[in-house]
Design a protein around this ligand. Structure first.
Ligand code: NAP
Length: 308
């Protein structure tokens, strides 16, 4: 049986791996379908302390991983379907495989939210609809694209896409951006970015080959329907926590975020099960706060194992 298994290799999981590794707990880190987590799809991380010039997300996660490995963290690919608790033993099921541990840190992060409008699913991944400008932006060189959303992610995606695309239309359902002031100002000042305010996306329209040709929106102020011609539709409307596998086991809120036990940020309703990062935090959701929670959960694990 393992002392500690960490689920996830984003900022929270890898920081927990560094701390538990350094505490000589020999952590086993299980990584799912997105090694490195959400930052690997971010172009530039400008606000992580210690990187005055900024650092690209992929490089940062690669460094965290190497740092965790240096302290003995072991990595294995496994997507956990469910967790069973038997006394102080946690049994993790992944396909036909099982893992056992005394303590588990859940740091499974969150995935991009989708709109659920006609055409979205049909054209997702390769036919014009995507949630990742860093991954797919270069495919839309010299083309017109739309970005949906009004938060920091939408602004970041829009700004990144100006490197490749001829025109970026930001579609937002309100008349002000929710993004931080600096991101909003950069976005609104960019000559390649046009904002369509008060617009709810209704459908992604396809051309005769099944590729995106336009985004259809409904204006909330006039009720008019509008077609915005574009070859790419980048959806940046927030995230859904990856916590389905703890349904019925741990307390979760209405949006699926794991509820921490009272008086703690990283302890859950079950002893020996801890949670860190974007699967539990719906307020801050930053790389630095996820890393902080990874650190907290590792220290809690150390104490909990010592008591055990
Ligand atoms: P977010 O702040 O929750 O923003 C989501 C945006 O999508 C909102 O503008 C929301 O509209 C819109 N939206 C949600 N559902 C929609 C729907 N069904 N149809 C149309 N629009 C919809 O999410 P985020 O931008 O991903 O940011 C998440 C967190 O990460 C934030 O704390 C953010 O500061 C942080 N972040 C930081 C950086 C950075 O510092 N560089 C980069 C990315 C993210 P409403 O405004 O009407 O609710």
């Amino acid at each position: 049986m393992e002392d500690i298994i960490i689920l996830g290799t984003g900022c929270a999981g890898l920081t927990a791996a560094i701390y538990t590794g350094r505490a000589q707990l020999n952590p086993l880190v299980l990584e799912g379908s997105q090694p490195g987590g959400q930052l690997t799809t971010t172009s530039e991380v400008e606000n992580f302390p210690g990187f005055p010039e900024g650092i690209d997300g992929y490089t940062m996660m690669d460094r965290l991983r190497k740092q965790a490995a240096r302290f003995g963290a072991r990595f294995e690919h496994a997507k956990i379907d469910s967790i069973e608790v038997n006394g102080t033993t946690k049994i993790l099921h992944a396909g036909g495989k099982t893992f056992e541990a005394k303590a588990v840190i859940i740091a499974t992060g969150a995935r991009p939210r989708l709109l659920g409008i006609p055409g979205e699913k049909e054209m997702y991944g390769g036919k014009g609809v995507t949630t990742c400008a860093t991954c797919d932006g270069a495919f839309y060189r010299d083309m017109d694209v739309t970005v949906i959303g009004g938060g920091d992610s939408a602004c970041e995606e829009a700004l990144f896409l100006t490197r490749f695309c001829s025109k970026v239309t930001l579609v937002h359902r309100r008349d002000t951006l929710r993004a931080s002031k600096i991101m909003a100002e950069r976005t609104l000042a960019h000559e390649k970015i046009e904002v369509v305010w008060n617009a709810n996306p209704e459908a992604v329209l396809a051309d005769e080959s099944g590729n995106a040709r336009a985004l259809q929106v409904q204006k909330t102020d006039t009720g008019d329907s509008l077609e915005i011609p574009c070859k790419g539709v980048f959806i940046a409307i927030g995230h859904i926590p990856n916590t389905d596998f703890v349904e019925g086991l741990l307390d979760r809120d209405d949006n699926g975020y794991i509820d921490p036990a009272s008086g703690s940020q990283v302890r859950t309703s079950l002893p020996g099960l801890f949670a860190a990062g974007d699967c539990v935090d719906h307020v801050y959701r930053q790389a630095i706060t996820a890393a902080g929670m990874g650190c907290q959960s590792a220290i809690e694990v150390e104490r909990w194992l010592a008591e055990l």
